[in-house]
Design a protein around this ligand. Structure first.
Ligand code: ADP
Ligand code: MG
Length: 244
């Protein structure tokens, strides 16, 4: 159990984490109870994501990809193992510190955009900055800049319902990037898109990853898109292995 690890050991574990790692985990395990038995979803997963690196994770439905992203994002706790954000061990943080660190270090994109339907594209993208208490004028200026970078400078006042599926995902990408996170965790961000929109989304991920030095961990079922990442990993039987 992570709570039983002495502080001295935690600090030494944190100290040996490479400085150019934006996100990493060691020995991450997660099981779920299933009736009288237990489903072992993840077994001792190790992963190290470098600054600006794009990592694709592939795996069958139910193989644990979302579970892994939730653990990496500090949205769920592992049964064993440790997660580090920019070399910081997150199990040492209380809920408030965890929330602050998550807001600073990570961005999230999901298969379904999770935009707020009653707010404009601009307001949706400005939201993470408003949560950081940035003044409205500044938050909106940065949100406009980000929406322009994803090709939606002419859609600022559109509500999510007035945008196409591809455009909504680009708004979600802009929202994930507006805080300049070190790493974006994307769970099947193109799973719901046609081929052309999916390609456009991946091209944007490439461009913006280079422009901002942002790392991406992208779960995808799409071989063509995965092949464009720096690294492709397969999740199978609870293990993460590099695709050769
Ligand atoms: P993927 O994203 O690769 O499709 P998930 O991470 O969502 O897979 O789920 C992995 C496995 O863990 C599945 O068998 C799923 O049923 C199970 N699982 C996920 N979340 C829970 C939960 N909260 N309670 C019980 N079982 C879960
Ligand atoms: Mg999933």
């Amino acid at each position: 159990m992570s709570n039983a690890v002495p502080d001295a050991l935690r600090q030494s574990a944190s100290a040996i984490t490479a400085a150019d790692e934006v996100l990493s985990c060691r020995g991450l395990s997660r099981s779920y109870p299933s009736g009288a038995s237990v489903i072992r979803v993840l077994e001792a997963i190790d992963l190290s994501v470098k600054v600006g690196e794009r990592v694709a994770i592939m795996g069958a439905s139910g193989s644990g990809k979302s579970t892994l992203l939730h653990l990496l994002g500090g949205l769920d706790r592992p049964d064993a193992g440790e997660v580090f954000w920019q070399s910081r061990l997150i199990s040492n943080l209380d809920e408030r510190q965890l929330g602050e660190a998550r807001n600073r270090v990570l961005g999230f994109v999901y298969q379904f955009h999770h935009l707020l339907g009653e707010f404009s594209a601009l307001e949706n993208v400005a939201m993470p900055l408003r949560i950081r208490r940035l003044p409205t004028v500044e938050a909106h200026a940065r949100a406009e800049q980000m929406l322009t970078q994803v090709g939606l400078g002419s859609r600022l006042q559109h509500l999510p319902g007035q945008l196409s599926g591809g455009e909504r995902q680009r708004v979600a990408l802009a929202r994930a990037l507006v805080t300049s996170p070190g790493c974006v965790l994307a769970d099947e961000p193109t799973g719901n898109l046609d081929r052309q929109s999916a390609r456009q989304m991946f091209s944007l991920i490439e461009t913006l990853s280079h422009a901002h030095g942002t790392a991406f961990v992208v779960v995808t079922h799409d071989f063509e898109l995965a092949a464009r990442a720096d690294r492709v990993l397969d999740l199978k039987d609870g293990r993460l292995t590099a695709r050769s």
